[in-house]
Ligand binder design. Structure first.
Ligand SMILES: [Zn+2]
Ligand SMILES: [Zn+2]
Length: 713
């Protein structure tokens, strides 16, 4: 996550004049074949027809629209839990990321400046560094004097000062200066980090023009140089005071910003937390103080965001992973390395089996390949040139140099290259749950979402140029079937096209992009186009899913590649027996097993649907005399492929509470009456009582749910 933020920070502050990466791209939405206008960030699949537009204007928890949506699912006989999820989702879906709303991006970026200004007005000797926007807010990294560290209590004070600056309604004023002028002002202000930023901008482009953003009307250069000094040190510098008695402040920046501080609603801004962060993300550098904040257009949005955070915290996969004994990551054996415990491993086994069977039925062939290979392979693939920072150190094996793999692609190419193919043999689809290792800095890892070793649900398709459309369409169908099985039916699709610098000739790019558009068209999916956002070696389609509380997750990627077949000199024989290059398609549907498992845990809040639950049935024995009957039922269930366990030796109330805590979908109480009648008293997770059912019926219902991959008992 952090490198991404840094990348954005650079984009925002490097005087590129285009502003950040995200907002430009987001404004390039192109209507897909089925959409009636630019993407609103809401996929019409999820909201009933006509609701999308109304949602925009009838924001708020008590709006009549939300009330209507509460009633709608109830009338259609949806389970209770689902109804509340739909309400939450519709509220949370309105919360736009900075990529989705240019106004929010401007607000958030401006808040980063206002916060830095407030901090420098309040505290002596604090130096500024960078302050980018994030998906939902902003942060700023400060060099804080070691003798008076900031505490959580200071956040209130800083927020109050920010409100003062906002209330003064100061303009954001853009000024273009020469690099010499910028350097002089930075030196006068005593800001060493700013100087480093300036130098790195000039290193990239010595003739870059530098932009400065002032908050408040800029005074003469000399005066503004003094303006970054603490407020109480400025008695003699005395730049012209702006209305509201607030002295101007400036920062090196490329924008964009709101036009006046008064455009921000101070009640829609909150400072969230303090964290340590190394300068430029490098642990060899100074430790800085990072303050995180969030900012919205209205206080109602801020409130909804805080509710979303609360909801997300309840679903945190790290917390649930420990509570439900699903997995662990043990610092003493290495960060970012995942131990799948029996409960988590069972879920993974079920997901993997489903994945393999589905792929086999769709014409894929499974392969297994080694986790290391000679470094030469990575030279040929080019990874050692452009991917080295994500790869581990090489290792010596006898006289050869080997490399742990960060990707599976060259291995599948090796399988291909060991054969001989005519055009009649293509497409060839090779699939592997392939484990890879990537170097991540210790500060950037996060539960299952960012790890050092993970398993991709990888596949590579080698096909003829005229097969691209049908192959892509096949992958899109597979994505829909796979993700739909886990209840993800709402996708955000992005098509990234040819960048300025690319390999492959014009004809193949044109044909490939047209093929992707055709495939999306055939599928009837709405999508956005990120013009020029593709990799240098081919266009791609990215697919995000929305979870139960409206959060979006990037999962599936379909990437065309005109580069690797060239580098590895791959070919097939065409109908006139001449050598041709195959088209290569990389694709993953889950992304990685680890990350997808994390998403599943959070989406289901740990309560896996019946077909996927590690333990499907828990038999609770009222006393020891029924234990033999319960064990016999459990054996019958196991024989039928059901994951069942017997638990006893506590009060029935406690046993039920524990089963609820373990989120077991089907809880069966076994007493003397049940043993006598060969029945089970069934209670579903969440408390719904079904009463006594014949044991055979319980078994066949669970078997049915498993075979249809259903959550329904
Ligand atoms: Zn800025
Ligand atoms: Zn690949």
């Amino acid at each position: 996550m952090i490198p991404m933020l840094q990348q954005r920070a650079n984009a925002a502050c490097a005087s590129c004049k285009k502003g950040g990466l995200g907002w430009l791209r987001a404004s390039q939405f192109a209507p897909g074949p089925t959409t009636s206008g630019p993407c609103t960030g809401i996929n019409a699949n999820i909201a009933p027809p006509g609701i999308t537009a109304r949602l925009q204007s009838s924001w708020g928890r008590n709006s009549p629209l939300l009330a209507a949506m509460v009633e709608a699912p109830a009338a259609s006989d949806a389970p209770v839990a689902q109804t509340s999820d739909i309400i939450k989702q519709s509220v949370f879906m309105e919360l736009k990321t900075s990529d989705e709303s240019e106004q929010l991006l401007r607000i958030r970026h401006s808040c980063a400046h206002i916060m830095a200004m407030a901090v420098q007005r309040l505290y002596k000797g604090v130096q500024v560094t960078i302050g980018p926007w994030t998906d939902r807010g902003f942060f700023y990294d400060f060099h804080w004097p070691a003798d008076s560290p900031i505490t959580e209590k200071d956040l209130k004070k800083i927020k109050k000062e920010m409100a003062k600056i906002i209330k003064a309604d100061l303009p954001f004023v853009r000024e273009e200066v020469t690099s010499a002028e910028a350097e002089a002002r930075i030196r006068a202000a005593g800001e060493p980090y700013k100087l480093e930023i300036l130098q790195s901008i000039l290193q990239r482009d010595a003739s870059a023009s530098i932009t400065i953003y002032h908050i408040g009307e800029p005074a003469a250069a000399a005066a503004s140089a003094a303006a970054t000094a603490p407020a109480d040190a400025q008695a003699t510098a005395a730049p012209a005071k702006a209305p509201g008695g607030v002295k101007p402040w400036w920062d090196l920046c490329a924008g964009p910003h709101v036009s006046r501080t008064g455009d921000i609603n101070p009640d829609a801004v909150e400072l969230e937390s303090i964290a340590g962060a190394y300068w430029r993300g490098d642990e060899k550098n100074a430790m800085l103080t990072r303050i995180y904040g969030t900012a919205w257009e209205t206080p109602e949005q801020l409130k909804a965001y805080e509710q979303l955070k609360e909801e997300a915290a309840k679903r945190d996969h790290r917390k649930l992973g420990a509570e439900l004994n699903l997995f662990s990551i043990q610092e003493n054996s290495g960060g970012g390395l995942v131990y799948w415990h029996p409960n988590g491993a069972m879920v993974r086994h079920l997901v993997e089996t489903f994945w393999k069977e589905l792929h086999l039925s769709r014409g894929y062939q499974l392969v297994y390949s080694p986790h290391i290979a000679k470094a030469d392979l990575w030279k040929t693939s080019g990874h050692l040139d452009f991917y080295k920072e994500n790869m581990y150190e090489q290792m010596k094996v006898e006289d050869e140099t080997y490399q742990l793999r960060p990707m599976n692609c060259p291995f599948h190419i090796s399988v291909y290259k060991d054969g001989y193919y005519s055009y009649r043999d293509l497409p060839l689809r090779l699939a592997e749950l392939g484990t890879v290792y990537r170097y991540e800095r210790s500060g950037t890892m996060h539960g299952l979402f960012r790890v050092r070793g993970f398993t991709q649900d990888d596949a590579h398709i080698f096909c003829l140029p005229n097969q691209i459309t049908s192959e892509i369409k096949g992958v899109l169908d597979l994505v829909e079937e796979t993700l739909g099985t886990f209840g993800f039916h709402d996708y955000e699709v992005n098509l990234s096209t040819r960048p300025e610098k690319s390999v492959g000739d014009d004809a193949i790019w044109t044909a490939a992009e047209a093929a992707l558009v055709d495939a999306l068209g055939e599928k009837g999916w709405t999508y956005q186009v990120d013009a020029g956002g593709g990799a240098f070696y081919g266009p791609k389609i990215d697919i995000k899913i929305r979870d139960a509380i409206g959060r979006k997750w990037q999962c599936s990627t379909i990437q065309l590649d005109f580069n690797l077949p060239e580098r590895f000199d791959m070919h097939y024989m065409d109908s006139s027996a001449s050598k041709q290059r195959p088209i290569m398609i990389h694709r993953a549907i889950f992304g990685s097993m680890e990350r997808f498992f994390g998403i599943l845990i959070e989406n289901y809040m740990g309560a896996f649907p019946l077909w996927l639950a590690p333990v499907q049935v828990r038999l609770l024995t009222v006393n020891d005399t029924v234990a033999a009957y319960a064990r016999d039922v459990a054996a019958q269930m196991k024989h039928a492929g059901i994951r069942a366990e017997v638990v006893g030796e506590a009060s029935i109330g406690k046993l039920i509470r524990n089963a609820e805590k373990a989120k077991t979908p089907v809880i069966c109480v076994v007493g003397a009456k049940e043993a006598e009648n060969n029945t089970l008293s069934v209670r579903l997770y969440g408390g719904k009582e079904l009463g006594a059912l014949p044991t055979q019926e319980v078994i066949s219902r669970v078997v049915m749910a498993s075979s249809t991959k259903s959550g329904k008992f």
